[in-house]
Design a protein around this ligand. Sequence first.
Ligand SMILES: Nc1ncnc2c1ncn2[C@@H]1O[C@H](COP(=O)(O)OP(=O)(O)OP(=O)(O)O)[C@@H](O)[C@H]1O
Ligand code: SF4
Ligand SMILES: [Mg+2]
Length: 699
Amino acid sequence: MIARTALEEGPAEFGPPPSALTSPTAGRARGLRRAVAPIRAARGLPRWLLLAGVSLTLMFVVLAVFANWISPYGFNQYMAHGIRFPQQGGPSAAHWFGTTVDSEDVLSRVIYGARTSIEVVLLAVLFSVVVGVPLGLLSGYFGGWLDRVLVLLNDSIFAFPYLLLAIVIAFLLQGSVGGGVATAAIAITVVYIPQYFRVVRNTVLSVREEPYVEAGKALGAPPRTVIRRYVFANVVQSVPVVASLNAADAILTLAGLSFLGIGMDPSVAAEWGYDVSRGIADAQAGFWWTGLFPGLAIILLVMGLTLIGESLNDTFNPVLRRPGYRRAVLPSTVAAVSAAPAPLPTPPPGGNGGSDDDRRQLITVSDLRVWYGTTRGPVRAVDGVSFELVPGETLGLVGESGCGKTTLGRGLLGLLPEGASRDGQISFGGRNLFDASSAEMRELRGPALGLIFQEPMTRLDPLMRVSEQFAETLHTHEPDISEEEIRHRSLEALGSVGIPPTRFGNYPHEFSGGMRQRIMIALTLVLRPRCIVADEPTTALDVLVEAQILSLLSELKARSGAALLLITHNLGVVAEACDRVAVMYAGRIVEQGLVPEVFSRPQHPYTKALLASTISLSTESLHFIPGSPPDLADPPKGCRFHPRCPQAMEVCRAQLPAPVIIGAPGSSVECWLHNPRETVPAGGTARLSVTEIAVADEA
Ligand SMILES: Nc1ncnc2c1ncn2[C@@H]1O[C@H](COP(=O)(O)OP(=O)(O)OP(=O)(O)O)[C@@H](O)[C@H]1O
Ligand code: SF4
Ligand SMILES: [Mg+2]
């Protein structure tokens, strides 16, 4: 309720009330406000540079659009009222910029020249952006043969001296299309397409590996959403800069083509480059005005466009942007809101805990194997892991660094990096996830299977406000959701992790690391997943917030029946927050069982050592496990722990022990000390199955 109340009474940064957000007109107005918001928010030098650039460029745009009304004469008019204008006449009241050798008015030619330049540049930039940007996006995102072919093609064009290429294309087109605006625009377009392609492709290559893009995938976003919202939004910020700089360059290229006599047909339109080329001979004869004014026009328009490009870079990037400071107001409600966490998101009718059938076993993992292909051979990060999770249960996954915990969590969601493969069986609510298509997995990720990453704070898109990240996530899975519902659920989830609603419209860089971590957790919780894999979700949080997050997660599972796989190094957290614990070593679960049983009577030597190395108030001397975990590209034969185990036997070095059921169902240990047959079975290769050993035990 706290979040809801604050929403209704929220300050101006919250935007219009929810009812206004649902009308199409309000939606358009909001879109427009959002588009110009960065420019309005810009301060200091970037703002002044932008204003100067826009003013200069606008001046030429106005001249181009209203040339018919502003220009005193036509661009090739040489007489009026039956009287011919003076030939090469100097600036005067009748002809402010003088006249040319053909008696044309220089001012009129400069004004009409603005129209030609703006038309050609607009078309050229539009064509090259429309072709170059999508090609760069697809090439960078999908890679493979498409990328190789496009890179080869664009590099071949890029390798050509650009003016020479434009000359060749203009020359070829002049014969078939003529010397008009289209010819000049196409000649310039071909030159610029590779520039957009290269800039966009290279940016995509780095952006697609960013944690926030991966986080988008984990929340179930399909490729087109990932490209459009996460990749494109980050890549596109370089496009206005390149476009305005290219536009400036295009003016010069057009002038160069006309200078060489293969740009615009002088009988079709006025062109500054053509006038400058003629003005050179005039200047040597003392008629300086015929070349000076078109030359100045080129310089001013190029300068205007360059200023826009440079300042847009600072303005559209919220990280570079210098914020506008406002008078500080300390509303008492903010403190009240942040003091206590809001209640958890309400589960939908019927709950998300699944039907009665899948309440029994939400996840069953059997013999899961995940390996990374490396130059050293396959790294077996998860090597034959089996466990179960029932709704409402928290399973803590512990083990030394590098033993495969994160890989196991990602393997469950099928979110593995390139070069990784998996095998085995994962049944989720009775459905085999290995049979699910990529599209089905995307639908499951988020609302059914949520992942809180190991470093969640780096997984927020730096260019999207928190409100936009919530809207994007919810829209992906619930396309018909209303704006009002989005605000309500987002603020509820944010409130539950202690983020005040006044921060809803902020960018990620405006939050502390811990706050970003909590926002990322809220982004996972807002979809109300049935199973959450939380990979060290409270690392880097202070103890109070850590306790808050853990109680939030346990409240969530109590209310919605969600299951939680909690990966952590903190055995205290396991004791406090988990029902069962699985101890992982070198890619295998070596012991699992109920937390009180495992913690009070650990069976595996590694579990014992791990518990002994925990520091508490009663610790008098530090215990540590000698040696380090093995290289998973070349793990030791037999029990993987044997090089470090004080109780290692001969059989331990020869053969991997099978898991043995001990105590309560779901409790097992993988150690020859607990195996009924302490010798290698006949044949030497067969491994004992869990059931076989259980039967042997009972016998
Ligand atoms: N992309 C990769 N390519 C090759 N090997 C990898 C890759 N990612 C992880 N590994 C290896 O897989 C093993 C398990 O890594 P993982 O990140 O799952 O461990 P972890 O238990 O989560 O460790 P930590 O506690 O430090 O987070 C490690 O040996 C690691 O070097
Ligand atoms: S199997 Fe052998 S080496 Fe491995 S933990 Fe048990 S006793 Fe130690
Ligand atoms: Mg990890």
